[in-house]
Design a protein around this ligand. Sequence first.
Ligand code: FAD
Length: 399
Amino acid sequence: MNAHSDPDAWTVEDERMMLDTIDRWCREKVRPEVMEMEHADEYPHQFVEDMKEFGLFGATISQDYGGLGLSATTYARIVMRIAEEWMSLTGIFNSHLMMATVVEKYGTDFQKNYWLPKFCSGEIRGGLGLTEPNAGTDLKAIKTVAKKEGDDYVINGSKTWISNGIMGGAVALMVKTDPDADPRHKGMSMFITPKADPDTGKVYEGFTTGKKMQKLAYRGIDSGELFFDSYRLDAKRHLIGGEEGTGFYMAVGGLELGRINIAARAVGISRRALEESTRYAQERRTFGKPIAEHQAIQLKLGEMATTTQASELMCLHAAQAYDRGERCDMEAGMAKYFASECATENSLEAMRIHGGYSYSREYPVERLFREAPLMCIGEGTNEMQRIIIAKQQIARNRI
Ligand SMILES: Cc1cc2nc3c(=O)[nH]c(=O)nc-3n(C[C@H](O)[C@H](O)[C@H](O)COP(=O)(O)OP(=O)(O)OC[C@H]3O[C@@H](n4cnc5c(N)ncnc54)[C@H](O)[C@@H]3O)c2cc1C
């Protein structure tokens, strides 16, 4: 059983009620507002308050720390449903949960008790700060440095593309504590970096934010630059795990759940593309009949329905393995790769089915088409994904 889920806390009926509540919220509150907020790139303050109330900021964190203790399977189902409405919303709690998960998995007892209740309630929200201007896939090339001074560390450097970095209150930050380490990963550590001291409310001057990225999609949620200039933190609260040199393992350790989450978002995009296309194909008539009766359109719908269901099953298969406590990096990677490629293809097919109207901002399919490619990039690009899957395939079947 994985470290996060709390199986005794949730009956099948409880989970169904949670999913029903999310479904109702999606239909009644989210769907009517999304178009306008997406095009205005507006931060969804009210939806964040709603998600706090549902407990989503502690969805997979143990109830011991104020989380919901949901299984990865139920969590994936929630992510799928919300991504059908607006993928951006899933990023607001998912990136945050990646920060919280690192503390839950690798933090000291003191750090878990100190940070997790604040994270689970949504009082402090944040994300994962890995990427730098010159280091994305090649994470070990980061340049941000934390130098030990007595009981403190002093951090200097910058990050970019960090989701929730501007609107959030803290980040799980990857730094180098030994820039000369060989191998490089041994010199990497992870810190919780708040903008203000949670005990005193004092704002730290050494942590500032820069520009918010103007993005193709994934709007509403902020992704931006972070700067650290002689930013001083005590080790006890902030150096995750209390030991230098383990940061790279923490990032890798979060990838299974991270990839299940990206796969689930992709399933949501595919489902919505299918829903919109199925309806439109029956409404739109050409040559005296609904376009759904033209075989060319039927071939598209048949393909979309099949790959959407396959994506969902692969995602749930990985989530169930995770819930059983099994190693599932390969399964999660396969689900992420397959579901994201299908979402990209399905959103394009939805555009074709909608013809010229797909170009109108009044139809959601143009948003799905912009949203889907991020699923091919996030949590390890799909190029890397296939290489990692191949390595696992060989390792598990060595002759
Ligand atoms: C909307 C958005 C939100 C983001 N949010 C966050 C966030 O919250 N936190 C965070 O830390 N980062 C975030 N990122 C950054 C994201 O994680 C990186 O963009 C991603 O890791 C890829 O890194 P890169 O952009 O530097 O591409 P690069 O690493 O420069 O890669 C460019 C291309 O080269 C390929 N490539 C690279 N190395 C290899 C190799 N060895 N073999 C084969 N192909 C290779 C890649 O697959 C890709 O196709 C976000 C990005 C976006 C667009």
